[in-house]
Write a protein that binds this ligand. Structure first.
Ligand code: BG6
Length: 510
């Protein structure tokens, strides 16, 4: 079966066939996410025919060996299963290029090879460079692409770059990387990936807020009491991740990018249009408006950091964070962080945004909940049981994607008593099909030249500016805030509960 490209499915700019060169092609991301994403696009008829994939990495490998390794993983993880015919329709267009990231000759050979592949298999010379190597090579790869002239496209074609995370480790390194990227590619050809923006439910946030007339009038400090974002994971440092994670921690690994992106989608003003810059102009204003704390005491009051100790997750005994493989036994890196954020804008004046993210929590789940203010208590407060809670709009980002609205209702019967009920929308039952993986959408957008779901230079830098001021309080103060503990398999340290208690609030159970 040939790749059944379905033009009728395309509701955005048309994705164009190109050669996708993946740097760091022997890594997990390529095997578990990128190739299955391209395979699934082919299966759904969305991958333009003549899309070529060239893996670039240091290890010696033939095309056949590379393809066999990819196939093995695709069989295990692909969202739509593994169909021989579909696989065969793309596998002939998968190649492997061996080179050191620092070898100028390797890039020269790459340029020749890309032209040769186009000549043999058809293609007009569009190039998409996907930098998914270890971060210490990002600069070198960009500079080498420029030296080999690969950042310049032939007439009528384009050359774009996708840069994986981590995009720097603080503001200074992110600014440096931005300079190198923009010295090589124009900003409009630069795609800083944040896979949370490709998640179906994250994309739906703007539709929910701005395509439905009922929410926007209430979406402000007059009607909203507080907003919570929880991102829980029931994994620790499996697969040797401890080495990377211990230098990063929850704040840098998750909050700087994914959580602040979700926050900006929830809190932004309506954009003037749906263009990439229209949307990103509004998102960056949210991050810029986050209140920064000028003393270590204020950071301590508003941010809780913690590490897990030995415990049990999903019935399995797991080690404490400091006992994990490749983690420093005296590590001061947080595996959990909870924050009380304030957005100093007219709309959000006085509304706390609580964010928490952690490893080795009881289950995996990401949810945004919007807690509305209670109505005046004049009518129902005197009833037995009073008014049990307020309206909550819960947006489940993953898993079990959907949205629910908690309302109060009268319990049927002859007396008047209230109980919360739930209106629930689930993607799987309403639309009857699984959502595409985030990387599917994002790869296609980059092929279509649509950067709306990618982070712009100023967004990344503003986010680091905010994160840096907390990291500095943690690591540069003579009296750093304490590192709390939580038992693996529980919902985090008691200090995180106290953070909300102080405002008379509680974390929502997800
Ligand atoms: C990555 C982080 O960006 O996101 C990981 O580096 C984390 O630490 C992962 O596990 C979570 O992604 P998802 O899509 O599984 O929620």
């Amino acid at each position: 079966m040939s790749n059944p490209f379905r033009e009728d499915l395309v509701s955005r700019n048309r994705p164009e066939a190109c050669s996708i060169v993946i740097f760091g092609a022997t890594g997990d991301l390529t095997h578990r996410k990128l190739i299955p994403a391209l395979y699934n696009l082919a299966a759904d008829g969305e991958l333009p025919p003549q899309t070529k994939i060239i893996g670039f990495a240091r290890r010696e490998k033939s095309d056949e060996e590379f393809r066999a390794g990819l196939e093995e993983l695709n069989r295990k993880v692909s969202r739509t299963g593994h169909n021989e015919e579909i696989w065969n329709s793309i596998v002939q267009n998968i190649h492997y290029h061996t080179s050191e990231f620092t070898d100028a000759d390797g890039y020269k050979r790459l340029a020749e090879r890309l032209d040769a592949i186009d000549a043999e298999r058809g293609g007009k010379g569009n190039r998409l460079f996907y930098i998914a190597s270890a971060p210490e090579f990002f600069d070198e790869i960009l500079i080498s692409l420029k030296q080999a002239g690969l950042n310049q496209a032939a007439d009528g074609c384009w050359a774009r770059v996708i840069v994986e995370k981590p995009f720097g480790t603080d503001l200074a390194t992110a600014q440096h990387l931005n300079r190198v990227v923009n010295d090589t590619f124009q900003e409009s050809d630069t795609y800083r990936i944040d896979h949370y923006l490709g998640k179906e439910t994250a994309q739906n946030l703007m539709v929910l807020r701005f395509a439905n007339a009922i929410f926007e009038p209430l979406w402000n400090s007059r009607y909203i009491e507080q907003i919570q974002i929880t991102c829980a994971e029931n994994l620790g440092m499996e697969g040797g991740r401890g080495g990377y994670y211990d230098k990063s921690g929850a704040l840098r690994d998750m909050v700087q990018n994914h959580l602040l992106q979700l926050l900006s989608l929830v809190a932004m003003e309506p954009p003037t249009d749906l263009s990439a810059d229209g949307v990103r102009d509004e998102k960056v204003k949210v991050i810029r408006s986050l209140r920064k704390w000028d003393t270590v005491e204020k950071v301590t009051e508003n941010v809780v950091r913690a590490q897990y100790t030995k415990g049990s997750v999903s019935g399995k005994v797991v080690p404490g964070y400091r006992e994990e493989d490749r983690v420093n036994p005296e590590s001061q890196t947080e595996s959990y962080v909870a924050l009380r954020l304030m957005i100093d804008t007219w709309r959000w004046n006085g509304v706390p945004f609580y964010i928490r993210v952690g490893k080795q929590l009881p289950k995996k789940g990401t949810e945004i909940s919007v807690h509305f203010k209670s109505p005046p208590g004049v009518l129902f407060n005197a009833l037995p049981g009073g008014v049990p809670g307020c309206n909550v709009l819960a947006i489940r980002i993953q898993p079990d994607e959907g949205i629910s609205l908690r309302m109060l209702s009268k319990i049927p019967g002859t007396s008047l008593r209230l109980e919360p009920v739930k209106m629930d929308f689930q993607y799987s039952t309403s639309f009857g099909k699984a959502s595409p993986e985030a990387y599917e959408r994002l790869l296609l957008d980059a092929m279509a030249g649509d950067a709306t779901l990618f982070a712009r230079r100023d967004e990344v830098e503003e986010a680091w500016r905010f994160i840096d001021h907390i990291e500095n309080a943690w690591h540069q103060s003579p009296t750093p805030p304490p590192m709390a503990e939580y038992v693996a398999g529980t919902w985090g340290p008691s200090a995180a509960d106290e953070l909300l208690d102080a405002d008379g609030n509680q974390w929502r159970r997800i």
